[in-house]
Design a protein around this ligand. Structure first.
Ligand SMILES: [Zn+2]
Length: 364
């Protein structure tokens, strides 16, 4: 993930909080051998007015109550512990706690739990909580792109909604299904082609615990291509890419594993567009009548171009272009003669001699 979402966007978490409080109240009633309160008295009084007409919620809470009354006290406590633990989102992602997933809970409660919290998730749309969260994120972030890849644009609030991903999947961690802390707007490709139902807390073997980025507590990540070889990648004139993320951490490996970030950058952006990005550099240098006839001037031209994209944020993958021209600039500074010759040829003013185009121009 290239940048995080503001934690403040999760503040309007009242439906989730209300539901957890209600579930605890049901457990307390069962433990005390008390009868199930009449609807809507089971929900906290401040939300009864809003929720009293939601008979779907009424029925599902009742079904949950019926299910847990079939359990022993020990099993009920295990369910209650899972309610708490599945919602310690930050701690789960950083690996400082664990939780029991749905399939570790007694069979009786699994369906009622999924049904109740899944229904509450749907209610977030009806009750406008979802739109409010998206608007808060959209207003607080300078870059209106999917932060999981940096290459998908987000539409403004009011347009058809972006995917809202259950960061911890609701099929395994249903108690967090309506928790805004666990819900993140995500681009369609990231959501539907890569993340799918991946469990961020466990590797693909289903056994090995891993850590993951917390989308609401995350610093900005830079893509660095400095260690790429400027030649001999998929073609002789395409770099052999070495993609690094800085600052690196174990959570970034999970991000790459789940979203195939390096592979997507390599295939769909760097390899595919490198030649056209060089062409852009050529056009820019020629339009500006920029001289690159010495090493210093060439390096300076590359630096200016890199800085232009560096200041352009994420728009049209400017962060990748900045990393590409930074890599080329650094290789020139380190004395890569072949690269310097080819780039100098590339940006040399057009001379109408009908001469042979350079290798870079052929590639571009
Ligand atoms: Zn994306």
């Amino acid at each position: 993930m290239l940048f995080g979402y503001p934690l403040s966007a999760t503040q309007n978490n009242w439906l989730h909080d209300c539901l957890v409080e209600t579930v605890k109240k049901i457990h307390a009633a069962v433990d005390a051998k008390k009868r199930y309160p009449a609807w809507p008295k089971i929900v906290p009084s401040k939300h009864q007015g809003t929720l009293t007409s939601r008979i779907g919620l009424r029925d599902r809470l009742k079904a949950y109550n019926t299910a847990i009354r079939k359990l022993s006290k020990g099993d009920r406590d295990a369910v209650l512990a899972a309610v708490e633990a599945q919602n310690r989102i930050g701690d789960l992602l950083s690996g400082t706690c664990n939780c029991t997933p749905l399939d570790g809970l007694p069979q009786y409660v699994r369906e009622p739990v999924k049904d109740l919290f899944g229904f509450a998730f749907d209610l977030l749309t009806d009750l406008k909580v979802r739109d409010q969260q998206y608007s808060a994120i959209y207003a607080a972030t300078a870059e209106h792109v999917c932060p999981f890849c940096g290459t998908e644009y987000f539409d403004a609030p009011g347009a058809p909604r972006e995917a809202l991903d259950h960061y911890l999947t609701k099929s395994r961690y249903p108690f967090a299904a309506a928790n805004l802390r666990n819900l993140v707007p995500m681009g369609h490709k990231c959501n539907s082609s890569y993340k799918l139902t991946s469990d961020l807390l466990y590797c693909a073997d289903g056994l090995t615990r891993r850590v993951a980025i917390d989308p609401y507590s995350h610093t900005t990540i830079s893509v660095v291509l400095d260690d790429s070889d400027p030649f001999d990648g998929t073609t002789a004139h395409t770099p052999k890419w070495a993609i690094k993320f800085i600052p690196d951490s174990p959570a970034l490996q999970t991000w790459d594993d789940v979203f195939s970030i390096r592979e997507r950058y390599r295939q769909s952006h760097l390899d595919r567009d490198f030649a056209s990005w060089l062409k852009g550099f050529q056009r820019w240098a020629r339009t500006a009548k920029l001289q690159a006839d010495t090493d210093d001037k060439l390096v300076d031209a590359l630096r200016q171009y890199e800085e232009y994209f560096g200041a352009s944020g994420m728009q049209d993958r400017a962060f990748l272009k900045a990393a590409v021209f930074r890599m080329l600039r650094r290789h020139c500074e380190l004395g890569n003669q072949r690269l310097k010759d080819e780039l100098r040829d590339l940006v040399a003013p057009l001379v109408k001699t009908g001469g042979t185009p350079s290798a870079v121009e052929v590639a571009a």
